[in-house]
Design a protein around this ligand. Sequence first.
Ligand code: PEP
Length: 262
Amino acid sequence: MKTYIIGNWKMNFTVGESSLYLHKLLQKVHAYRDIEVVVSPSLVAIQTLSLQTDRRKIKLAAQNFYHRDFGAYTGEVSISQLRSLVDYVIVGHSERRYIFNESDKDIRAKVSAAIRDGLTPILCIGETDTERMFGETADVIRDQLLGGLQEVSAEDLTKCIIAYEPVWAISGHDKAAKIASPLDVEDAFKLIRGVLKDTYGKSVSEDIPLLFGGSVKSTNAESYLMLDNCNGLLIGGASLIAPEFTDIIEIAKRVKDGRTKN
Ligand code: PEP
């Protein structure tokens, strides 16, 4: 299985800045066959960047979309409008769940729409600080995972990526983010694989890439990438800094070369 390094640029950079930044990354990033590098710019920059990028080095993801293909939905962008521009879509990010009140129903509609239109959904799940304090982490992970995948068949599950992103570890919000310990992350990964195995069977569950996201930087990336069940990283803040992001890609390559997983 490939290692996925995915940068979520969130609502940062103008179109011009995005283009300059991608240009810089393309100069530095190598085309490794076993490392999939993806960046997720703002929707307004997607078309420009899709013409500019070299997909062997860097593919694109959309941060959001509406699950219907066309129609009277003012202000929305559909998955079919994105299809030729991106390869991946982020679904269920905690900022969409908690700031924009996206429900599990919205999220499962998006996962299904992405699969239907041939894009890979990156389904984000993870507990809040309060849920963690109340010992609800496992329940939240299970509910968000099965809620998001409810309409996905075993055959289609292999077209999905799951990102475990504990909300308390994500940077850029009011409260200072905490750093998730690799042990906690591996426990969450084991739980996710277990739920997928119980629902879809062993072989399929082992084929699903599991990513970690939450204040990943070049200084801690290796500790997560070395985990048995970790197949990559979803990176917010550090993906906006070229040397950080490219260092993490090189770390992922070193880890990949150093040990044989899957
Ligand atoms: C994210 O937004 O998905 C994320 C993990 O952000 P950060 O790396 O900044 O915590």
